[in-house]
Write a protein that binds this ligand. Structure first.
Ligand SMILES: NC(=O)c1ccc[n+]([C@@H]2O[C@H](COP(=O)([O-])OP(=O)(O)OC[C@H]3O[C@@H](n4cnc5c(N)ncnc54)[C@H](OP(=O)(O)O)[C@@H]3O)[C@@H](O)[C@H]2O)c1
Length: 322
């Protein structure tokens, strides 16, 4: 690789824009692959709001100066060093575009950020392990305003990087360096992990069943704190965590004793206090947007649990429409 890395970000939504901002700050030559319906908006650029504990009303900065591509055919006409998948786990499986894109991008490093337990195995059908870097997302980002009367100046994408966040990535050493170097140069808190899939498996399992139960509570924190919801969550969390641990060959023993109603209540109280946004609204809006992904992830825990011959009754009872 010579000169600035040429990076293609697939999906210019809340996550793609944030990674794009950091990669551009490091001097990467950036393009987005977007659906045709979003191309015009992308060409105008995106107002970005960076939220902080002491900047709840930041001014927008226009994020622009990147290329916009709308098809694998356009992509195939150029050389790419990296392809970043900034779409949901469900979007990955929607049609056969991943295979087409893999054929169109030669020897590029692929960066996956998806949360479902079997996403990596699924992607390995098209992208060899020697070129696949995995990452997890430590920030919150959303299309602002979240609700009428929000303090931001106008529409745009807002994001919050919690203090002391670490954006973990793992993969083959040389490919991984090619990802970590520009991210760090652009000011992103990128860290190397032995294995992101293992590091993320248990926190992701807890978050997924939590979101699933919050949805059952109508996205209301008050209703979520009722005993019936907390107890159902406790059962589902214990099952999901054990399935995720078995799948990634990690141990759940340190986490299992924590998974009690009081723990979920404290977690919610702390998160609501620290986040510089209305967390209840963010969770409703964001996880309604990616609702199909939550259902896919719940089904994945149940299917893997059955294969592992582990209990899945609580998970089944908490799935919507079960
Ligand atoms: N935002 C956060 O705070 C956050 C935090 C942690 C993890 N994540 C995870 O990050 C992933 C992306 O989330 P997001 O918030 O960025 O979602 P988003 O705002 O919906 O962005 C994804 C974008 O990609 C587009 N897209 C889907 N398939 C595509 C394809 N084949 N080619 C090009 N574009 C495509 C989507 O189009 P449509 O609008 O037509 O679907 C959408 O514009 C999800 O897995 C989410 O769970 C997000």
């Amino acid at each position: 690789m010579s000169g600035a890395p040429r990076v293609l970000l697939v999906g210019a939504g809340a996550v793609g824009q944030v990674f794009g901002k950091y990669l551009q700050a490091a001097g990467c030559e950036l393009s987005f692959l977007v659906k045709e319906k979003y191309a015009e908006e992308a060409r105008r650029g995106y107002p970005l709001y960076e939220l902080g504990l002491f900047s709840r009303r930041p001014r927008p900065v226009l994020f622009s100066g990147f290329g916009v591509r709308v098809s694998a055919r356009e992509v195939a006409a150029e050389r790419w060093d990296q392809v970043w998948l900034c779409v949901s786990s469900t979007a990955l499986r929607d049609g056969n575009w991943v295979g087409e894109l893999a054929r169109a991008t030669g020897d590029a490093t692929w960066v996956m950020l998806q949360p479902a337990l079997d996403d990596r195995d699924w992607l390995l059908q098209w992208v060899p392990e020697e070129r696949l870097v995995s990452g997890m997302i430590p920030f919150l980002s959303f299309h602002a305003p979240l609700k009428p009367g929000d303090p931001l100046e106008g529409p745009g994408t807002a994001f919050w990087m919690p203090p002391m966040s670490r954006g973990l990535f793992s993969g083959p050493p040389e490919r991984l360096q090619g990802v970590l170097r520009p991210l760090r140069a652009g000011g992103y808190p990128a860290s190397r992990s032995e294995d992101v899939a293992r590091a993320a498996a248990i926190p992701t399992a807890v978050l997924t069943v939590f979101i699933n139960e919050l949805e059952s509570a109508g996205w209301s924190f008050d209703r979520f704190r009722e005993r019936a919801h907390l107890e159902r969550l406790q059962g589902a969390a214990r099952e999901a965590v054990q399935i995720a641990a078995r799948h990634t060959r990690t141990s759940a023993s340190a986490v299992l004793p924590l998974l009690r109603p009081a723990f979920f209540k404290v977690l919610l109280a702390v998160a609501s206090r620290v986040a510089p946004i209305d967390l209840e609204t963010y969770l409703r809006v964001h996880f309604t947007k990616v609702g199909a992904q939550t259902r896919l992830m719940m089904r994945t825990y149940i299917d893997l649990g059955r294969t592992q011959e582990q209990p899945v009754q609580a998970l089944q009872a908490s799935v919507h429409g079960a």
